[in-house]
Design a protein. Structure first.
Length: 121
């Protein structure tokens, strides 16, 4: 699992674009380290993270598990094999959001390409 380092400026609040690939029927994990424009890790203490993926903006959402590192700026997305196994092949949209009280940021958005699983025979 490769870790992606991204820069996010809360003053500008423009999400970073990152495209991902997911294989159906296997556990999915993707780790992002979010840094400020000055290079320090963002502190996610007291923040809640959430992320969804959809086939289109009006489609049904599939929810990722989101774990936020408090002082190291790490955001981990996860989805179990049962859920990935139920996804049809193709392109999906996703985003990663964090909030604390009335503060809300969309920090990442992009496409996820879902590929069929690898045969076991």
């Amino acid at each position: 699992m490769a870790e992606k380092v991204i820069t996010f400026d809360p003053e500008v609040a423009v999400p970073h674009g990152v495209n991902l690939t997911m294989f159906s029927g296997v556990d999915f994990n993707s780790v992002f380290t979010v840094k400020t424009s000055a290079g320090s890790s963002i502190n996610f203490t007291n923040y809640t993270g959430y992320s969804n993926m959809k086939k289109s903006v009006i489609g049904t959402a599939n929810t990722f598990g989101v774990t936020l590192g408090t002082t190291n700026g790490r955001v981990t997305l996860s989805m179990g094999s049962t859920v990935t196994g139920s996804l049809s092949e193709g392109r999906y949209l996703y985003d990663i959001n964090v909030s604390s009280g009335s503060t809300f940021f969309k920090i990442v958005e992009g496409n996820i390409i879902v590929r069929p699983g690898i045969s076991t025979t």
